[in-house]
Design a protein around this ligand. Structure first.
Ligand code: C2E
Ligand code: CA
Length: 450
């Protein structure tokens, strides 16, 4: 396989290189991924006295670019483009076998005769991938990435290796050299993600694994906390404490977010109903995913929960992050309007960190706006952020929305927000997220009943 790669570059052409041009009627055969996995397994057991065997994955372009090409030019054009690029790569060996890894990702096995040889090949591959690409007379600009993995040093399963090398290809696209070595931590991360996702359903029915922590929201005018945010906590039996920032995005990528959001809503509403029965009339704020707004029965299930606990909808606030897009914005909007009509409050969370903040603000029927803590943290010494937050508060008030500032950690920031007529503050200055019992003790101590 390495017969042609051994030779030196001469005048930009490898000696012994077969010059190949793309033949659209006889495209380079690209074999199935299953066959590549078989090759990886057999290569892992091979022993070369001096050389090395590598798995190489080339991401011809990122998947968004692939989608753009399909949308604009169609599949045939995309196939032709791939074929041209593969012809550029045949300098490795004129009979090089390529395997499909993804739409525009191809993999192959490369055997080097010495350890140093491989390091001279990756830059050549990068040069080939950086060549101007012209398909049917149209110049196309794409950025490729190369992922490489030394199979003789990699004891992990073939499928994990392929995934990790594919991810190395993505890292390669962002690197100045165009290539990156496989990082086994990626394979580890993916196995961990898989374990977490597999264990979510069980955690929902195992007492004590999922719990809610509660964090107060203070009314800036009075200083009194009359709302509380429910935040999910997971104590995994084998992996310990898992932060919501790690597991929520994984769950959101699956259908399990439907059950998990409902789990949180059930516990939070049931807890708030108990507090109300005890004459603590706090509002409960629960996070939902924009994915939940695509569920046909989402509104009915919430109505049923409120009915079950005889809970006044005006004491429920549903917040969703503006950083996540809606599968169908008009359906999401109509579900939110139904919820608003029932009396449920709607809050736009993480405001000013998404790509479409103004469109969200103009179109989503929310009555609360939460300014993200990643904006609030700049307030102490950044005049531009101060102007931005003042303007957001003003803009939201013009739209009859109330404003919550998240991540308030100092009195100085709280005073600024008060001076700018911000309505509410959340953050460690007020309290930390804590279990229900600790929360109510803190509440009784901080705001003794008259
Ligand atoms: P988020 O919606 O921005 O939630 C607020 C996060 O900021 C919480 O982290 C909270 O502990 C933290 N925080 C509160 N006050 C301060 C402060 O003064 N300074 C700083 N630096 N941080 C503060 P947590 O609980 O780890 O949650 C992280 C994210 O996980 C949340 O961000 C939210 O996106 C997600 N999440 C948490 N619980 C749920 C849930 O039940 N459902 C859904 N869908 N997402 C959740
Ligand atoms: Ca937030």
């Amino acid at each position: 396989m390495s017969e042609s790669i051994q030779s030196d570059r001469q005048g930009g052409v490898l000696s012994g290189e077969t010059v190949v041009t793309a033949d659209f009627d006889n495209p380079t055969a690209v074999l199935e991924r299953a066959l590549l996995l078989r090759e990886i397994v057999s290569a892992q057991t091979e022993k070369l006295p001096e050389g090395h065997i590598f798995l190489v994955v080339i991401n011809i372009a990122d998947t968004n670019h692939y989608d753009d090409i399909i949308r604009t030019f169609g599949y045939k054009f995309a196939d032709d483009l791939l074929n041209i690029r593969l012809a550029d790569l045949l300098f490795i060996h004129k009979n090089q076998s390529f395997f499909h890894v993804g739409f525009w990702s191809i993999g192959f096995i490369y055997r080097s005769r010495t350890a140093g040889e491989a390091n001279s090949v990756w830059p050549l591959l990068n040069d080939a991938l950086a060549k101007p690409l012209i398909c049917r007379g149209i110049p196309i600009s794409i950025t490729a990435g190369i992922g490489v993995c030394d199979l003789m040093k990699s004891p992990i399963a073939a499928e994990d290796l392929l995934q990790a090398t594919y991810l190395a290809g993505q890292a390669g696209a962002a690197s100045p050299t165009g290539w990156a070595e496989c990082n086994y931590d990626h394979a580890h991360d993916h196995r961990r993600a898989f374990t977490l996702i597999s264990d979510v359903s069980n955690a929902m029915i195992t007492p004590g694994e999922f719990k809610l922590a509660y964090q107060a929201r203070a009314t800036l005018r009075t200083g009194k906390a009359d709302a509380v945010e429910a935040l999910l906590r997971w104590h995994h039996p084998a992996l310990g404490r898992i932060t919501p920032d790690e597991f929520i995005p994984l769950v959101e990528a699956t259908g399990l977010i439907r059950d998990l959001t409902f789990w949180v809503l059930s516990y939070a509403i049931s807890q708030a109903a108990k507090w109300h029965a005890d004459n603590h009339k706090v509002k409960i704020c629960v996070k939902i995913s924009t994915k939940n707004l695509a569920e046909d029965d989402f509104v009915n299930r919430i109505a049923a929960l409120l009915e079950l606990h005889k809970f006044n909808p005006e004491f429920l606030e549903l917040e969703f992050s503006e950083r996540r897009s809606f599968a169908n914005p008009s359906i999401a909007r109509s579900r939110l309007l139904e919820l608003r009509a029932m009396g449920v409050n709607i809050s736009i969370d993480d405001f000013a960190t998404g790509k479409d903040s103004f469109r969200t603000l103009a179109n989503i029927p929310a009555n609360f706006l939460k300014i993200d803590r990643r904006i609030i943290k700049f307030l102490p010494d950044n005049l531009r952020y101060q102007a931005l937050v003042r303007s957001i508060i003003h803009m939201a008030h013009e739209m009859d929305m109330l404003v919550v500032a998240e991540g308030v950690e100092t009195f100085a920031v709280q005073e600024m927000l008060q001076a700018w007529n911000c309505d509410f503050a959340e953050g460690y200055l007020i309290n930390w997220p804590m279990p229900a019992d600790a929360f109510i003790s803190w509440f009784n101590e901080t705001y003794p009943r008259e």
